[in-house]
Design a protein around this ligand. Structure first.
Ligand code: IMP
Length: 437
């Protein structure tokens, strides 16, 4: 049975946790395929709110095997803390599986991340400071340590002896005070290894066997398309591949094993960290959206920047991910905003630009071309069908769908699972998407 990918179409924080929650019922495996504890998934189950950074949200469902795929960078300390916190709330964490091949985020990666950002000052990326970039750099440089190494003192010692002098030299050059010695790290790593050993497996075969058996595998992305290392607004990106293609490399599947790509987007845009954001709002309308939408970073607690929906980037994200269905989140947050502006193109250096530019420099010079939509004033939390939405809200959703170029099959009108408009989306498997309301 083919796999489903859930991918963010904006700058992360689109509400992918709610989408996974919706698809959970028909899912056997939830596989995280990239990123690390820079992510933040918020899932509401009944009255309880769970904020997860590293553990896939599938952990909250007893019938699902949650899996950390080889494309994820794992900070073992965070993983253990998160497992402990979940266990303390009565969640069975024994089903979690993590790939032997996941690269480790070790304390020197975090120190390097922070030291580099401090040094960049005004030009900083605005990272989460979790060591994501430095860990992925080591993976590419073939000097990284992997989860499997936590089980072998000899390899740990050998790799740390080799890598630490270089890390300490770079830290010194960056003006940072932190230094790292092999032995305390080896001891710490072995303790992590003892604790995590029961969870470690060959994820590629775990997922391949599951697909061969006919189990349904959902691949869950973190961050979003516009933060993708290759396809986002480089260099203001993360160091992994959040796009649907990343699910193949980071999850251990091939493109022909995917039959549904679920794109998730909010009814407006947000961005955390630095980098160009053409539709950014610096006024009370933006502040109001941020407040009502509780737009604060799950991982860093930083205020998210807020802007109007950007159809130029949405069209691009739908294309680059080959999105088959869209979930539109947080439509309710726009109740009371009038007019609602939708960016349909950019003006760059006096020219109209319809395609998302790959250059962050060009994007920084882009001024949005807006189409204005009448707003609606009434709350829409209780609405469960598109036909019952205020006319203005329906017109806005229809416009988003047309500009994005893929059917919106789920519309979220509140944080709870039930606060969702479903449009002919079941069964997801092999469905021919319909845009009829
Ligand atoms: P890093 O992933 O910590 O290296 O940060 C790189 C960029 O990605 C920064 O702009 C971060 O704010 C952004 N970023 C990383 N993770 C998330 C996320 O889960 N949501 C939104 N932005 C993120």
């Amino acid at each position: 049975m083919p796999a489903t990918i859930v991918v963010g179409l904006q700058w992360g924080d689109e509400g992918k946790g709610k989408t996974t929650d919706f698809l959970a019922e028909q899912t056997d495996f939830v596989v995280r395929y990239q990123g690390g504890d820079n992510a933040g998934h918020t899932v509401m189950l009944g009255d309880e709110v769970f904020k997860l950074h590293l553990v896939p949200s599938g952990i909250l469902y007893p019938h699902i095997v949650p899996v950390i795929g080889p494309g994820v960078v794992v900070n073992p300390a965070t993983l253990i803390d998160e497992l402990d916190a979940l266990a303390a709330r009565g969640i069975d964490t024994s089903r979690l599986r993590a790939s032997f091949a996941c690269h480790l985020i070790l304390p020197y990666h975090r120190a390097l991340d922070v030291a580099r950002e401090t040094r960049l000052a005004g030009a900083k990326v605005g990272t989460t400071g979790r060591g994501i970039g430095p860990a992925y750099e080591d993976r590419a440089a073939r000097t990284g340590l992997r989860l499997e190494d936590l089980l072998d003192a000899r390899i740990l010692r050998m790799k740390l002896d080799r890598v630490l002098p270089e890390k300490n030299a770079v830290l010194a050059a960056l003006g940072a005070e932190a230094r790292f010695e092999p032995e305390p790290l080896v001891e710490q790593a072995l303790a992590w290894g003892r604790r995590l050993a029961p969870h470690l497996v060959d994820v590629t075969w775990l997922v391949q066997d599951a697909l061969a058996r006919g189990d349904h595998v959902l691949l869950e992305g973190a961050q979003g398309t516009l933060l993708d290392l290759d396809h986002g607004s480089y260099p203001f990106v993360t160091s992994s591949s959040p796009i649907a293609g990343g699910a193949c490399t980071g999850g251990g599947i091939g493109p022909r094993q995917v039959d549904e790509v679920f794109g998730v987007m909010k009814a407006y845009a947000t961005r955390v960290g630095s980098g160009p954001f053409p539709t950014e709002l610096a006024d009370d309308v933006g502040l109001g959206i941020a407040e009502r939408g509780r737009e604060v970073g799950t991982t860093t607690g930083r205020a998210r920047r807020v802007g109007w929906f950007d159809a130029v980037s949405a069209r691009y994200a739908v294309a680059v991910n080959s999105v088959s269905s869209i979930m539109l989140n947080k439509l309710d947050i726009l109740s009371g905003v009038d007019p609602i502006r939708l960016c349909t193109a950019y003006q760059v250096d006096g020219r109209r630009v319809d395609a998302w530019p790959s250059s962050a420099d060009l994007l920084a010079r882009a001024t949005p071309v807006y189409e204005d939509f009448a707003g609606w004033s009434e709350p829409i939390h209780a609405v469960r069908s598109l036909a019952d939405l205020p006319d203005a809200a329906r017109r806005y959703v229809t416009a988003l769908e047309e500009y994005a170029g893929a059917p919106i099959v789920l519309v979220s009108v509140g944080p709870e699972r039930t606060q969702t408009i479903e449009r002919a989306w079941r069964p997801v498997r092999n469905r021919v998407p319909t845009v009829a309301g």
